[in-house]
Design a protein around this ligand. Structure first.
Ligand code: DGJ
Length: 722
């Protein structure tokens, strides 16, 4: 899969379907010759280096001109793996190091390559594993005593590449990293749209499409978390392409903090992408012999439309990223107390919730915010993780769940503290921020997770809780962005490390708890979907997708999220928003993880039976069809009034289709061509009781034409091999 031929200087990474081909030029720069479908002969690719544009012109071995590279280096147009900084290449380097002399010039050149099985382990960071091979390319700076390892991995069974750097100080004096991104990708064309997912609270991941044009485009977060404002999932789609046509190149980062995806379309009309941690306010002091690992960038490729890219990401996340040992096993139907009663509960109310939740098939009851410290409202209590025994008898609640055959879960927000808490009163220095800069968000302060003592304090509190109350599930919330990024635990010349150290503290705590309590399923959350990213997914197999469960917005949120993340990771609940029927909301939640969030005492018998019908479908089909099956995006709600998604089991024997519209519509032909079925198989269709061939369903389609479809009208179709 990976080979380097010293003679031709070609480094090839390929699998059965894609190829990534690099050329180490005479000056030691690594040129990116090709990224696309696998070719049968890579040596032909050397022709890419010819011609006026795109050729590497700083040295001509044929004419054997006697000029030094330094004199003549004027080439800023060759697609490269790692651009230099401070030299003629002005496109933007992924790594910039300030030497001990204060200089910025960074000039990394090839010094060797080694091949190994598996993915690299990135100390302190979540990272992928699985069936891949890695090229560990050593780069040495032309001037500074800095050695950089560029890790490039390719998977054998999916069209996914990984990229990251390890930066080492090989000198005797400290150097400073002022940019430490994870990757560069240069392409010699730009007929792409850049698709990204902009948003805000309760409207996360709105699909935005920009034509790639001259100049720089940046998709980034400086909120301290991956954020609701922009998601780290971004893709390039060949112009005019669709879910099943045209090239698509997806990017994501195994990281939960500030990120920056920067795309430059330069004067030569190529595309230059750098992606990784945001360099805003970033500066990392690297002492002699110290190493720095950048987060892992993940690239998924498809030559046949965006669904190929989505499916590659889905399988990668499920098989090679999530560490939760029980992922893939049956996930219980979840009931969460938050939207039903918020902070206003006592033991009796929760016991009655559990009883009523049982009637709609609940298998895991989750007590959300409000059970600890002085937490009767959001102005107090965070940081004090001991049960408020006056309010709730947790042992009785857990026993009641067990009697009903239910599991039990609980809510935490470990990285935060309210000024009105015992923790803050005892340790005001544990909060992030300097003298007089304590900015509140939702009445709370961010704990200084750059300080290991703070992380240890919260770890001990959570451990004491888990040891006394053996819960099955934890919802890990995070309800504000980072401001006042000043750590009182770090010296002046290390304040540029705060943003990244906060994220490392988050991973240290989450990693420690998930490995000490492997049976507990941790679900990520951040004011809804404000930290929906691959870093969190490494520890948490699912993430609460959004606080908005109303189909008016949810249709888009869920569909768009599933373009980059598997349905099994998308926390979805049926709530009691009056906009759509329970049945419609349940059908939507079915295309995610499935749960409820309402006052269950208010459900009528009719509503209970509508919900129970969908719950029965969940229990029957979730594992094979939704969780482990293949997802097809048939109609995008960003492009019209209707959304349609389809999941097909791996053996193609069963499929679920959800068709849902937003506004009311009259008299429209609605044939939706299905995908991924076996053309030769026959399928019984729950929608009209007929039997169809796979060929018919894929060529002609399901006929959803009706005189009128009301708001949020939907058709949930089950196809099973006849
Ligand atoms: C924000 C989350 O998104 C909600 O689901 C809920 O857990 C609240 N926080 C609790 O404070």
């Amino acid at each position: 899969m990976i080979r380097y031929d010293k003679q031709s200087r070609l480094l090839v990474l390929d699998n059965g379907s894609i190829g990534y081909v690099l050329y180490v030029n005479e000056a030691g720069y690594i040129e990116t010759l090709y990224f696309g479908k696998k070719l049968s002969d890579y040596t032909e690719l050397l022709a890419v280096r010819g011609g006026e544009v795109g050729c590497s012109s700083y040295y001509d071995p044929v004419k054997n001109e006697e000029w030094s590279y330094a004199d003549k280096y004027r080439d800023d147009r060759t697609p490269l793996e790692v651009s230099s900084h401070g030299l003629a290449d002005k496109r933007g380097a992924p790594v910039v190091v300030r030497g001990a002399d204060g200089s910025f010039v960074t000039d990394l050149r090839f010094a060797g390559v080694r091949r190994s099985k598996g993915a690299p382990v990135l100390e302190g960071l979540p990272c992928a594993h699985g069936n891949c091979e890695t090229a560990d390319i050593l780069l040495e700076d032309a001037r500074l005593p800095v050695r950089v390892h560029l890790y490039l991995s390719i998977y054998a069974d999916k069209d996914v590449l990984l990229k990251s750097f390890r930066i080492e100080n090989a000198g005797r004096k400290a150097v400073r990293l002022v940019r430490a991104m994870s990757m560069q990708l240069d392409l010699p064309r730009r007929n792409y749209d850049l698709v990204h997912f902009h948003g805000r609270w309760a409207k996360e991941r709105d699909l935005c499409r920009d034509e790639v044009k001259d100049g720089v485009r940046e998709i980034s977060s400086n909120h301290g978390r991956s954020s609701a404002e922009e998601n780290p999932f971004v893709y390039l789609q060949e112009r005019g392409g669709s879910a099943d046509r045209g090239e698509a190149i997806g990017f994501n980062l195994v990281y939960s903090g500030n990120f920056k995806f920067r795309l430059l379309s330069d004067k030569f009309c190529g595309v230059h992408v750098t992606y990784g941690m945001n360099d805003e306010d970033f500066e990392w002091k690297l002492a002699p012999k110290e190493k720095f690992y950048t987060p892992q960038a993940v690239i998924a490729y498809s030559a046949e439309g965006t669904d190929g890219m989505s499916q590659a990401f889905h399988r990668f996340i499920r098989e090679d990223l999530v560490r939760y040992a029980f992922d893939g096993a049956y996930k219980p139907v979840l009931f969460n107390s938050w939207e039903g009663c918020y902070f206003n509960f006592d033991t009796e109310l929760i016991l009655s919730y559990i009883d009523d939740a049982a009637t709609i098939g609940t298998e895991l009851f989750v007590l959300d915010d409000g059970w600890f410290g002085a937490r009767d409202h959001d102005r107090a209590g965070l940081g004090d993780w001991t049960v408020n025994k006056k309010k709730i008898d947790l042992a009785r609640v857990m026993a009641h769940c067990r009697e009903r055959g239910m599991k039990f879960g609980i809510w935490f927000e470990p990285e935060m503290v309210n000024p009105d808490s015992s923790l803050f009163r005892a340790h005001p220095e544990y909060a992030l921020g300097g003298e007089g800069t304590l900015g509140l968000g939702r009445h709370q302060l961010h704990l200084d997770f750059a300080n290991a003592d703070v992380v240890e304090n919260i770890y001990r509190q959570m451990k004491a809780f888990f040891d006394e109350y053996p819960v099955d599930y934890v919802k890990w919330d995070y309800n504000r962005t980072v401001t006042d990024h000043i750590s009182r635990a770090l010296p002046a010349d290390r304040q540029g490390e705060v943003y990244h150290r906060l994220v490392l503290g988050y991973y240290a705590l989450l990693g420690r708890l998930t490995s000490e309590y492997p049976h507990i399923m941790f679900e990520g959350c951040a004011s809804g979907g404000g930290r929906f990213d691959m870093g969190t997914l490494c520890y948490c197999p699912q993430i609460w997708c959004s606080d908005e469960s109303d189909p008016a917005q949810r249709i888009d949120i869920q569909f768009n999220t599933s373009l980059g993340y598997p349905l099994s990771s998308i926390g979805s609940h049926v709530n009691d928003s009056p906009v759509a029927s329970y049945a419609a909301k349940a059908a939507l939640a079915l295309f995610g993880t499935y749960g409820y969030e309402m006052d269950p005492r208010k459900l009528t018998e009719q509503e209970c039976s509508a919900l129970s019908e969908t719950t029965a479908l969940y229990k029957k089909y979730h594992g094979d069809v939704i969780e482990r099956g293949t997802l097809y995006h048939l109609l995008s709600p960003s492009e019209g009034n209707t959304m349609c998604m389809q999941c097909v089991s791996r053996d193609k024997s069963a499929s679920l289709v959800l068709f849902m519209n937003k506004l009311k519509e009259w008299d429209i032909f609605r044939f939706v061509r299905l995908r991924g079925l076996d053309a030769k198989k026959r399928y019984a269709c729950s929608f009209d009781g007929r039997t169809y061939s796979g060929e018919y369903l894929m060529r002609v389609g399901l006929n959803f034409s009706e005189e009128m479809l009301a708001e949020f009208d939907f058709r949930l179709v089950v196809l099973t091999e006849a």
